[in-house]
Write a protein that binds this ligand. Structure first.
Ligand SMILES: *[C@@H]1O[C@H](CO)[C@@H](O)[C@H](O)[C@H]1NC(C)=O
Ligand SMILES: *[C@@H]1O[C@H](CO)[C@@H](O)[C@H](O)[C@H]1NC(C)=O
Ligand SMILES: *[C@@H]1O[C@H](CO)[C@@H](O)[C@H](O)[C@H]1NC(C)=O
Ligand SMILES: *[C@@H]1O[C@H](CO)[C@@H](O)[C@H](O)[C@H]1NC(C)=O
Length: 442
């Protein structure tokens, strides 16, 4: 810590002077104040100066959670948030990187209209035979339509989705929306037209299948008006390859789009995909089991992930103007280890109020909860969150070596350590995740 307590307090006072002159009660607790007002201090790894504060008018406290473990209990006051301006959020992810978990951080917020993978429909309409296309030319076929659709969805023109849904909805009604049940907005009144008791409503929100069964069919016009009544919108997608593919949307001032890029150690992604997509990743399992690499193994299945991440992360870290204030890099492993702290950072970056429902959800669904009965649906998420590094006992050393060689520049950039020996791989008391901070820049 190069930042002394004195400078922290000074900074706190300076920022109060700038932004909160009237709030006197805070001055009794200067350390927590920094965090409680959601300020982000230029950094404690470089030196902080009052000049920085004056210039930026806003500061970033890097090691807030480390220095001030009690911040978790301090609510962020809504005053500093730009709550009136509609913020559109995109979770840029890849399969098995923890994106469902991140999606929940918005889905659980009653102010947010959340859509889970709407681009699934674009892909299945345009590339029907390529469930998980890795050919970049093919992937690009759907990019233009995908961007157009995202733009429409952020403006709540949900009917734009209809031309991709098969069979096409009639009278704006469909029961074929992909994973409708993953969106609370689409499973509660007024979009869910069934009259449900509070208990039934809870069940419908907790179980995707129940939502489809009880609320069906979906009236897309009704969903569009629900979208308009919410303050913000969030869309999760694993179908946009790189951040540069979103540039036109990010630069559109009308959209006020902010992107959260979720990354994960590619070795963890591979291990998780091998377990989840058993057919598609059959040859990898064969390799793991036999110790011999099948000659027809599709190495693009992991190489593409690393190329896409590398391109996006390098772009983000180069801090181009067009990403200013609009890009945040989030490592899944950090979220798994510090879910509340990372979620706070996320919400601060987005300028959204962290609703208590979101905090409750995190506590219920991560190791923060001691009550087993409250952990139901996201048990698997919780377990993977608790064991973000458990790929180390699931992949063979060969696969690990292959992946870390193919992804070497990326691992370095993201702070994932490579292993040189099988013993090192399975020694879980030696973490392979370096402490790194990836702060949004503004
Ligand atoms: C921070 O300040 C100290 C002492 O003033 C100086 O030695 C150090 O190089 C500075 N660090 C950075 C990153 O500027
Ligand atoms: C769908 O919702 C709209 C808007 O509330 C309503 O006007 C329309 O009648 C509904 N459509 C059907 C088929 O129920
Ligand atoms: C969290 O768990 C409590 C206790 O079971 C429950 O009442 C509440 O609805 C849960 N909240 C969320 C957001 O999951
Ligand atoms: C495991 O890693 C820890 C921390 O790096 C080290 O102290 C310990 O000796 C290692 N254990 C083995 C069996 O290599």
């Amino acid at each position: 810590m190069q930042c002394s307590w004195k400078s922290l307090v000074l900074l706190a006072l300076a920022s109060i002077a700038i932004q909160y002159t009237a709030i006197r009660t805070f001055s009794t607790r200067p350390p927590s104040l920094l965090c409680s007002v959601g300020l982000v201090l230029a950094s404690c790894t470089t030196n902080c100066s009052i000049n920085d504060v004056m210039q930026k008018g806003q500061v970033t406290l890097q090691s807030c959670g480390d220095v001030l473990p009690h911040i978790a209990s301090i609510p962020v006051p809504p005053a500093i948030h730009n709550a009136r301006r509609r913020t559109n959020i995109l979770i840029l992810a890849t399969t098995r990187s923890g994106s469902s978990f991140v999606g929940q951080l918005f889905n659980q917020n009653p102010e947010v209209f959340y859509l889970f993978e709407p681009l699934y429909h674009v892909q299945s309409a345009l590339l029907p035979r390529l469930a998980t296309s890795r050919n970049s030319a093919e992937r690009r076929v759907m990019l233009g339509p995908a961007r157009d659709l995202l733009r429409s969805l952020y403006q709540c023109h949900l009917s734009s989705l209809e031309r991709y849904i098969q069979p096409h909805p009639t009278q704006h009604l469909t029961d074929k929306l992909f994973r409708r049940g993953a969106s609370q907005s689409l499973c509660s009144a007024p979009v869910c037209e069934a009259s449900l008791s509070p208990k039934e409503q809870q069940l419908v929100l907790a179980d995707e299948g129940e939502c489809v069964k009880k609320c069906s069919p979906l009236n897309i016009s009704l969903a569009a008006s629900a979208c308009r009544t919410k303050h913000h919108a969030a869309i999760k997608t694993v179908r946009i390859p790189q951040i540069s593919d979103l540039r036109a949307l990010i630069e559109d001032p009308k959209l006020n789009l902010k992107v959260v890029q979720l990354v994960r150690d590619p070795r963890g992604i591979l291990a998780s995909r091998i377990e989840t997509f058993r057919d598609t990743y059959r040859l990898w399992r064969l390799w793991r089991a036999t110790g011999r690499r099948p000659h027809n193994l599709d190495l693009r299945q992991i190489n593409t992930v690393c190329e896409d991440f590398l391109q996006s992360v390098s772009t983000g870290l180069a801090r181009p103007r067009w990403l200013k204030g609009r890009y945040m890099l989030l490592r899944y492993e950090d979220l798994a280890r510090f879910p509340l702290q990372k979620t706070r950072e996320l919400y601060t970056f987005l300028g959204l109020v962290l609703e208590s429902s979101v905090v409750d959800w995190i506590i219920n669904n991560t190791r923060g909860s001691n009550d087993l009965s409250t952990r139901q649906k996201f048990t698997t998420v919780r377990d993977s969150a608790a064991n973000a590094e458990n790929w180390r006992v699931k992949l063979s050393f060969d696969l690990v070596v292959y992946t870390q060689t193919a992804c070497k520049p990326l691992l370095g950039l993201l702070g994932y350590k490579t292993v040189l020996h099988p013993r090192e791989l399975i020694n879980l008391s030696h973490s392979l995740v370096e402490d790194r901070r990836f702060l949004p820049f503004s």
